[in-house]
Design a protein around this ligand. Structure first.
Ligand SMILES: C[S@@+](CC[C@H](N)C(=O)[O-])C[C@H]1O[C@@H](n2cnc3c(N)ncnc32)[C@H](O)[C@@H]1O
Length: 281
């Protein structure tokens, strides 16, 4: 087993290496849920899913008010999709993608070439112990990855430390209703080994985020519930899973995706974009 235990990434990396076209189209750039401005009337294709994934990235970096000429850190950068998008769309950027998984960084490095006038660095490291000096970034992003990090408070403290005064932190996360948390805690107490999605903590409500931000001194900038705009992704995932065939070794893939599908459709777990500002002084 690789030291980074994320079975879904093992599967995707294997499919990429095998040249699997639907998986490469859907997940070769971004590994996240996707934002659908209008739900399609049919089961989404991999190409449509890739567009939705690109759109989610825009929703997050627009929430963080990313503009040309900034130093931006993307923590938990996956295959570098957010960095690639910023590199394609903005000029004068100094971009850093950080990931705990060197295999993903190797993919990112191979695929993303800095546009003229932009710099890109890929750094192996833990988002909760950022290997960067204080006040070194204008923006910190964390697209759909904070639930894997060892501790949200530690990540927020690190984001605060590396942000310049006036800088923004923007992220997306699965955010449960407060009343659901004791049930989720109970479920996790009985989960003896991580499933397909690896170590995941979706037991942090918007009230917890508000308290954390207030405690550290972050100014809330945006809280946006986009659950409705993520729902077509579930149809896509089940359609793809069906076509690929689900075997027993991947049973938790089906079971865990079903759990999050039901919780999202019932609005028990919301998909949110959140952004905070480190005040000027
Ligand atoms: C769902 S993927 C999202 C990837 C990327 N942000 C995207 O949207 O395409 C979660 C990412 O978090 C990374 N990750 C997990 N734990 C981490 C940690 N402690 N520090 C840095 N990255 C981490 C994983 O390797 C993976 O790339």
């Amino acid at each position: 087993m690789h030291p980074v235990n994320l079975p879904y990434f093992d599967l995707i990396l294997k499919a990429l290496a095998a040249g699997d076209i639907p998986i490469t189209t859907a997940f070769g750039r971004h590994i996240h849920w996707g934002y659908w401005p209008e739900p399609p009337r049919h089961t989404p294709t991999p190409e449509e899913f890739a567009q939705a994934a690109e759109q989610l990235t825009h929703e997050v970096y627009n929430a963080g008010l990313v503009t040309p000429g900034q130093r931006v850190l993307d923590a938990g950068c996956g295959f570098g999709g957010a960095i690639a998008s910023l590199n394609e769309n903005l000029t004068g950027m100094d971009l850093t993608g950080l990931n705990i998984d060197p295999r993903q960084l190797a993919q990112a490095q191979a695929k993303v070439t800095p546009a003229p006038g932009n710099n890109i660095q890929w750094v192996e490291g833990d988002a909760c112990a950022l290997p960067f000096p204080d006040a070194s970034f204008d923006r910190v992003l964390a697209v759909e990855c904070i639930f894997h990090f060892p501790d949200r408070r530690q990540f927020f403290q690190e984001a605060w430390r590396v942000l310049k005064p006036g800088g923004y932190l923007a992220l997306s996360d699965f955010v449960p209703q407060l009343w659901l948390i004791p049930f989720l805690e109970l479920g996790s107490a009985f989960q003896f080994k991580p499933g397909f999605y690896g170590g995941v903590n979706v037991r942090y409500a918007v009230e917890n985020y508000r308290a954390l931000a207030a405690d550290l001194g972050f100014k809330p900038h945006l809280e946006r519930d986009i659950t409705q705009n993520t729902l077509p992704t579930y149809d896509f995932l089940f359609d793809l899973g069906g076509k690929k065939g689900i075997d027993w070794s991947q049973w938790s893939a089906f079971y865990q995706t079903l759990q999050i599908t039901l919780a999202s459709r019932l609005h028990w777990i919301k998909y949110m974009v959140l952004a905070y500002q480190k005040p000027e002084n």
